[in-house]
Design a protein around this ligand. Structure first.
Ligand code: URA
Length: 434
């Protein structure tokens, strides 16, 4: 078999056999298939697509390219949630203790953020002393004792995706549904959970810009997970605006904490978390969505989910005293305001543009090597649909390393559109695909 012939076959629009896909995936991981050959094949896949059978095979080959997590000690109670990536998405921090409190286990490996999207591991690492790398035994023990443990996914998990994603990132081959499906689902299958809920973000801050694309991605991922014997559903959620009011690591942790404490919180964030958690509980316990939602609301309202959150953070050595009143956590040395230059309704925002502003403040990485300023980020004081007067403060920016915020405040305004009339309100949850 020759990689040349496999590239040629896909370029001509034909379906690849299991053996050909295996030749490609294992050859690329081992280095016998070169970057330039893999790039050509990826581009041919981008242009000509893949059949469901090809995607399934590619997903399994990628999942099996490294360690597969064995969560069988949790029976059918292990659950996982995955977001396709957005701005201000702190849902893992909120959902995990909720579902753990309801008897499910979140033994989860998670990633760091890159570009305008944040990563759960960075948010957790902003909590002083929090350990994101644990020996496997300890990871399982904490999951058993607390119902939740989130660690950083090491290089042993799906090495094929690490290599392929890095190549896709520099060859304009990220935005291909078959490649996104195999990338995400290989990691979810290797992650070992029995039930998986996928949060497929759609809109200006997401990979998928339209509902049609998101729905296709969601359906394909659901189909793969089912064929692999997992319980699964996908929730298509709105990413035309950042989720919640905080963007940036410690700011997002504090937003999650205040929601769990029952303090006044952003409605969008609350609804997305309640929906995703209810879906997970429904899949994990085999009960209806309505029954699950009641349970989720109960543990949120009686604060038992918050107590579970504190236990979780403590078990991973995080310093929970930073959540006390008067703590400096979430505060920064340099703070500035974004001021509206005109009066009107905020009719739309470019969510990825706002994420990039937060990244420029130090909250994210433009390249893998960049160091994060955990206190950096922004608070949205006004959101889409709000009326603002000229001169009113619409957002607060903060950082501890970047001191000149003027240009970033200008950029922030460039990503906001004002109108004289109130915009039609857009739902936060578009659809659930089961
Ligand atoms: N997230 C992933 O993990 N992989 C992709 O290909 C796109 C988004």
């Amino acid at each position: 078999m020759r990689i040349y012939d496999i590239i040629d076959k896909k370029r001509n629009g034909f379906e690849l056999t299991d053996a050909e896909l295996e030749f490609f995936v294992s050859g690329y991981v081992e280095g016998t298939v070169k970057d330039y050959q893999a790039s050509a094949l990826l581009m041919a896949i981008c242009i000509n697509g893949m059949t469901d059978a090809e995607i399934m095979r590619m997903t399994l080959l990628m999942a099996e390219s490294g360690d597969m997590l064995d969560l069988s000690c949790f029976g059918d109670l292990s659950v996982d949630k995955h977001s396709t990536g957005g701005v201000g998405d702190k849902t893992t921090l909120i959902i995990s203790p909720i579902v753990a409190e309801l008897g499910l286990t979140v033994a989860k490996l998670s990633g760091r953020g890159l570009g305008h999207t944040g990563g759960t591991i960075d948010k957790l690492e902003s909590i002083p002393n929090f350990r994101i790398e644990l020996p496997f035994d300890e990871f399982i023990n904490i999951s058993k004792n607390c119902g939740v443990c989130v660690c950083s996914a090491g290089k042993e998990l799906v090495p094929a995706d690490k290599k392929l994603y890095a190549l896709r990132d520099v060859t304009a081959t990220v935005s291909s549904i078959p490649l996104i499906v195999s990338s995400i689902m290989s990691k979810k299958l290797a992650g070992g959970a029995k039930s998986i809920v996928l949060d497929v973000k759609t809109g200006s801050g997401a990979f998928m810009k339209t509902n049609e694309e998101s729905e296709e991605l969601a359906r394909r991922m659901v189909s793969i997970a089912k064929r692999a014997g997992r319980n699964v559903s996908a929730v298509i959620t709105n990413m035309d605006r950042p989720l919640g009011r905080a963007i940036g690591n410690s700011l997002e942790v504090m937003e999650a904490v205040s929601l769990l404490r029952g303090e006044e919180s952003d409605n969008d964030l609350k609804e997305v978390c309640i929906t995703l958690a209810s879906e997970l509980v429904s899949l994990g316990k085999g009960i209806t969505y309505e029954e699950s939602r009641k349970l989720v609301l109960k543990v949120l309202n009686d604060k038992s989910a918050y107590n579970r959150f504190l236990k979780w953070i403590e078990m991973q050595s995080g310093d929970i005293s930073v959540f006390n009143e008067g703590s400096d956590f979430g505060k920064a040395d340099f703070v500035s305001e974004v001021i509206a230059k005109e009066s009107g309704y905020i009719s739309s925002v470019n969510a990825s543009g706002l994420g990039i502003c937060a990244m420029h403040l130090g909250a994210g990485r433009a390249s893998k090597e960049d160091i994060i300023d955990y206190s950096a980020g922004a608070i949205l004081l006004k959101k889409v649909g709000d009326y603002v007067e000229k001169g009113e403060v619409i957002a607060r920016l903060q950082s501890s390393t970047v001191s000149d915020h003027k240009k970033i405040a200008e950029q922030w305004l460039d990503n906001i559109t004002f109108s004289k009339t109130k915009p039609e309100s857009q739902p936060i949850i578009y659809k659930i695909i089961r």
